[in-house]
Design a binder for this molecule. Structure first.
Ligand code: HEM
Length: 152
């Protein structure tokens, strides 16, 4: 179960990033070319938020299956002194949750904006902000915070 969850959680990171980058690209292009907010743009907005929500669910299940987190919770006072444990025990989940809340708010706000240009602008700002947080919180092999492989 744990192996399967880490595999999917690892793989889903690429979908989260690809969908966010694509949505930001479309929002940028749409905003600056004063395009019409098409059905495709709306689907991109919707699916980007949905993919992020799926990753959030996998992350939450993984949190309570991970031996690292079990160790972190049972040895809390000692574990917070080790940065890798603190990262996965508190920092990673909190930052990712914040980013996904930002995506959710941005998506909902964009949906409700009356003008097409405002829809693109809202998506562009909120999704870009979330992307920055996600990029920082991913345990890239090159990250100064914590390291995990690109693929499982
Ligand atoms: C956009 C959201 C997220 C992304 C892109 C993401 C990405 C990742 C990646 C790439 C890893 C390394 C996986 C591996 O070991 O190969 C990881 C590990 C982990 N993530 Fe996330 N994550 C997200 C959200 C969350 C959330 C919301 C939680 C929990 C509340 C969470 C909990 C964990 C845990 C506990 C690990 C470490 C598992 C272990 O090594 O035992 N993640 N995450």
């Amino acid at each position: 179960m744990y192996q399967i969850l880490t595999f999917y959680h690892n793989f889903m990171r690429w979908l989260v990033l690809a969908s966010l980058l694509f949505a930001i690209y479309r929002a940028y292009k749409g905003y600056f070319s004063k395009a019409t907010f098409s059905k495709i743009d709306n689907a991109v907005r919707h699916w980007t938020a949905t993919i992020a929500h799926v990753q959030l669910m996998i992350g939450m299940v993984l949190y309570f299956q991970s031996p690292i987190i079990k160790y972190f919770i049972t040895n809390f006072k000692e574990a917070i002194k080790t940065f890798d444990l603190l990262f996965f025990g508190l920092i990673h989940g909190s930052l990712m949750l914040t980013a996904i809340v930002i995506i959710t708010i941005g998506s909902a706000k964009a949906k409700r904006k009356p003008k097409d240009n405002e829809k693109f602008k809202t998506m562009l700002i909120w999704f870009s902000f979330a992307l920055i947080i996600i990029f920082i919180a991913i345990p890239w092999p090159f990250s100064p915070l914590a390291n995990r492989p690109y693929y499982r």
